[in-house]
Design a binder for this molecule. Structure first.
Ligand SMILES: [Zn+2]
Length: 126
């Protein structure tokens, strides 16, 4: 039990640090900012901004190069894409400020922002 005697304070310190780190992680998790809208970039250009308040189903791109973006329950996700790697389709739905879905082959970036969209896009959801 000698080890415990000499290392007891270290063990307590480690436990306290772990608890603090856990509390901080929890705090950050609960105070995450829900986004207000997503911006869509294609080929480095801002194409549109879509409010997360409105459910929408939209096909981005054209011809052989399409990504189907869906906004539902204040989350945005790519449900279908013609890209070879399908990484964008496999990405989890984004909803928090700063989260993004990237489709490298199509140079498509969907990013969540807080606040309201500057330009609203009133497409008819199909
Ligand atoms: Zn993709």
């Amino acid at each position: 039990m000698n080890w415990l005697k000499t290392h007891r304070n270290d063990a307590i310190l480690v436990a306290v640090l772990l608890a603090a780190a856990g509390a901080l992680a929890l705090f950050l998790w609960f105070t995450r900012q829900s986004g207000g809208y997503v911006s869509v970039q294609m080929d480095g250009e801002a194409v549109m901004e879509l409010s997360l308040d409105k459910d929408i189903w939209i096909v981005l791109g054209e011809g052989e190069r399409t990504n189907t973006l869906v906004i539902e329950n204040r989350r945005a996700r790519v449900v279908e894409a013609s890209c070879p790697d399908q990484i964008c389709v496999g990405h989890w739905p984004v909803r928090y400020e700063g989260e993004s879905i990237v489709c490298l082959p199509h140079k498509l970036v969907v990013t969540v922002h807080s606040g309201l969209p500057a330009m609203d896009y009133d497409a008819v959801a199909g």
